[in-house]
Design a protein around this ligand. Structure first.
Ligand code: GDP
Ligand code: MG
Length: 763
């Protein structure tokens, strides 16, 4: 064994410890009961004031070296915004027990006890690999204490045969040869599977040093932990869903320990609030292989929606892109230089962690040069940020915002890869079950007054009851051919068809007909959703999602970069909007014109069009939008044109003065123009004279129609570019005028980016 001072692992451990200490954490040990003691890194009690204001986050390590080695890149990134707790699980590092318990459930109970003893009532939890098993159990057993869950590279849905498959991939005989490597060759095999990049050139002495320093301690107990796992014992996944918990699954697309298919299945098993993010070109340790992407994904999941809900911290901070970028650079910096400086950097820019610069050495020229370089890059980034135009998709629930968002992803970004497409399977199957339940329950209700029309035929009643029960569950089963056949039979029942005709009274989703006509395909065992299926899929948006894009011409970019934000539209989601209102170039307001005869999902006494009218009026009057352009998308025109010939527009109070004049196409145009005029009038009524210079455009859209959306976005892009040119012209004229009056030099007088006056008086 190498002596301490010659051991690279021991020397690197000093550095990692310093990283943790510089992040404001200290090593602590807590006796949980008379059997178990846990060692952990937690907020340094010296900084208790900062601790009070931040949410708490627990990072649970996987099977391998102690926690400190697995979360270095995360601790530095998350500690400015969270109270970070990094426990060593029982039998790792200095954590130990005299209990005979060896399961991951015991580990979960120990983590929960630790947090209780540390006085933390609520926390979010991230677990990687084995730590993901533990995180899952913590969330399952203490749902009231766990806010959000991140499961990274962790096959919680593991089956009995999965270990054998893994061993075949590793060409090893026993699982401990892989998880507890005892030789350099075994460690090399583990690294080969856990990392996507090929790392063949690690010197043998270094591998041996790793094995001895990081894997030799408490081997017997760790083997017992592997044997004591409760997950993965059966032929089917042995887990219950977390239906009410927001869960993020993060996975490397090249994971060879737990292959990506496990992630997509896990997403379905955990429930509707589970999201999957795949990090490309990483294997089992994306938090190590691509820490920047990993951290950003996790941070947006943990903070963004919470932030917008304003439960923690200062709302000004969360959506300030500049600060987010500073953080990103901070994290790059952390990985290339010593740990103290980034926090000087954070402290100057963020007003946090001011006391952590004790070791800062003013005379260190090299570091000063690095700081200057980073500041220069931030400056550049900040300038680039100014050119990014912020677009906000607003509108009531089901107006088509997320469909537009998906179209943008398809049209101007990478589209959906197979994993993403597969992640929609559960949504689509849920849409099917929900639809058939709404229709069956609806027909029963309508039959009370009109049995002849709405009573389900006796041979289909049993099917109806069964499907209604499934539709009421939180965990929908995968759609099988048999279930699809049952649904199809019921869908074709005359009473269900009559009920569907009254769908506007029953909250039947707009995707109903499309999915019902494709049931057999959706139930195929190898079903992968198509682009169209994804566009039709309806999932209620919660929180905020964003995408950056540039509308492309045939082969070239337009030059403008947009960042588009999609939000939830239901009433309870709207309180989150306001935090996005600053610095918006344009609001894209979606109004579903077909909904004039429907009531709200969240309030069945309220007509959807009346709600849209009030909402549009409210948005227009927001002081933040004084100079914001408004692009009104009168959406769902395809449904409108079919409906308007059967259901008169004047069923809606806002349109009660509507008089049909004709039939067919002409009538459709007439009705559409009437609705458009109503919105125009509303816009001008709600826009005070001092806001007349903002741009207002109306577009007729069908969000499902890709060509139309592409055309519409090109028009939006053109309008916004023209608007920018106009604004630049106005700035220049104002500036010129002022400069002449004050005898400024024109070149100095105009800051090219912002149009602010920054010149000096010439004497
Ligand atoms: N027929 C039709 N359906 C649409 C249109 N736009 C959206 N939808 C569907 O309406 C449902 C709700 O749309 P979504 O984009 O989720 O609405 P959001 O709540 O505003 O985000 C989804 O099933 C969409 O497929 C449209 O223009 N025509
Ligand atoms: Mg949505």
């Amino acid at each position: 064994m190498l002596p301490f001072f010659l051991s690279p692992v021991s020397l690197y451990a000093i550095y990692v410890r310093r990283c943790f200490a510089a992040s404001g954490l200290s090593q602590q040990t807590l006796q949980l009961d008379n059997e178990t003691t846990l060692h952990f890194w937690g907020p340094n009690p010296k900084f208790s004031q900062a601790t009070q204001k931040k949410p708490s986050l627990v990072l649970i390590h996987g099977f391998g070296p102690v926690a400190m080695w697995q979360w270095r890149n995360q601790v530095q990134f998350f500690s400015p915004r969270f109270n970070v707790y990094v426990p060593d699980l029982v039998f790792f590092g200095d954590s130990t027990t005299t209990s005979a318990e060896r399961s991951e459930v015991f580990q979960a109970a120990s983590v929960a006890k630790l947090m209780e003893k540390a006085g933390v009532e609520r926390f979010s939890v991230i677990g990687t690999s084995y730590g993901g098993f533990v995180a899952y159990h913590v969330a399952r057993m203490w749902p009231e204490r766990v806010e959000k869950v991140v499961i990274a590279s962790s096959g919680v849905n593991m089956r009995r045969g999965d270990n054998e498959k893994l061993l075949r991939r590793a060409k090893l005989e026993k699982i401990e040869h892989l998880m507890l490597p005892a030789t350099a060759v075994q460690l090399q095999t583990l690294i080969g599977l856990a990392m996507s990049r090929r790392v063949d050139v690690i010197p043998r002495f270094l591998l041996n040093d790793f094995v001895q320093k990081l894997y030799s301690d408490k081997r017997k107990e760790k083997m017992e932990l592997l044997k004591g796992l409760t997950l993965g014992r059966d032929d089917t996944p042995n887990l219950s869903p977390l239906p009410n918990k927001e869960v993020l699954i993060v996975w490397g697309d090249k994971d060879q320990i737990f292959p990506l298919e496990m992630a997509t299945e896990l997403k379905e098993l955990l429930g509707p609030k589970t999201r999957l993010e795949v990090i490309k070109n990483t294997s089992h340790v994306p938090q190590v292989e691509n820490p920047i992407q990993f951290n950003n994904i996790v941070e947006s999941f943990l903070l963004l929606s919470k932030y917008l809900g304003c439960q923690h911290g200062n709302p000004r901070f969360g959506l300030n892109r500049r600060l987010l970028h500073i953080r990103r650079f901070g994290s790059i910096y952390c990985s290339i230089t010593c740990p103290e400086r980034p926090f000087r950097f954070f402290s100057e820019n963020m007003g946090l962690l001011c006391s952590r610069n004790k070791h800062y050495n003013e005379a260190d020229n090299e570091e000063n040069a690095q700081t200057a370089e980073i500041e220069r890059r931030i400056e550049q980034e900040t300038k680039a940020e100014k050119h990014i135009q912020k677009l906000l998709l607003l509108g009531a629930g089901e107006s088509g915002k997320s469909t537009i968002f998906k179209q943008i992803k398809l049209l101007f970004q990478t589209g959906f890869d197979e994993a993403e497409l597969k992640s929609y399977i559960s949504v689509i199957h849920a849409n099917v079950y929900q639809t058939i339940k709404i229709l069956y329950d609806g027909s029963k209700e309508l039959a009370q007054n009109n049995r002849e029309t709405y009573e389900i035929s006796s041979e289909n009643k049993e099917i109806g009851e069964k499907l209604s029960k499934i539709g009421g569950r939180l965990d929908y089963p995968r759609l099988t051919k048999e279930l699809a056949q049952d649904i199809e039979t019921l869908w074709k029942d005359a009473a269900i068809q009559e009920t569907y005709a009254r769908g506007n009274e029953l909250q039947v989703p707009d995707c109903a007909n499309y999915f019902m006509e494709n049931l057999q395909r959706l139930a195929d065992a190898n079903y992968i959703p198509t682009k169209e299926d994804v566009l039709y899929a309806r999932v209620r948006t919660t929180g905020v999602v964003e995408i950056q894009f540039s509308p492309v011409g045939e082969n070239k970019k337009s030059g403008e970069v947009y960042r588009l934000f999609d939000v939830g539209g239901q009433r309870n989601e709207r309180r989150k909007w306001i935090h996005l209102f600053e610095g918006v170039t344009a609001v894209i307001f979606c109004a579903a014109v077909s909904e004039y005869d429907q009531t709200l999902f969240e309030d069945e006494s309220k007509n959807r069009m009346m709600e849209t009218k009030e909402l549009f009026d409210w948005v227009l009057k927001q002081p933040c939008f004084e100079k914001t352009s408004f692009m009104l998308f009168l959406n769902k025109f395809d449904i409108f044109e079919k409906k308007v010939l059967n259901v008169p527009l004047n069923v809606c109070e806002w349109f009660k003065d509507y008089q049909p004049v004709s039939t067919g196409k002409q009538e459709i145009e007439h009705a559409y123009e009437f609705v458009k005029k109503k919105f125009e009038e509303l816009y001008f009524q709600s826009t005070t004279p001092d806001r007349v210079d903002r741009v207002f455009k109306i577009y007729r859209t069908t969000a499902l129609d890709q060509k139309l959306v592409k055309k519409t976005f090109k028009l939006v892009d053109e309008t916004l570019r023209r608007r920018n040119l106009f604004e630049a012209g106005v700035s220049y004229r104002i500036c010129l005028d002022l400069c002449l009056k004050l005898k400024f030099s024109v070149e100095e007088g105009l800051s090219a980016n912002s149009g602010r006056i920054i010149g000096h008086r010439k004497t």
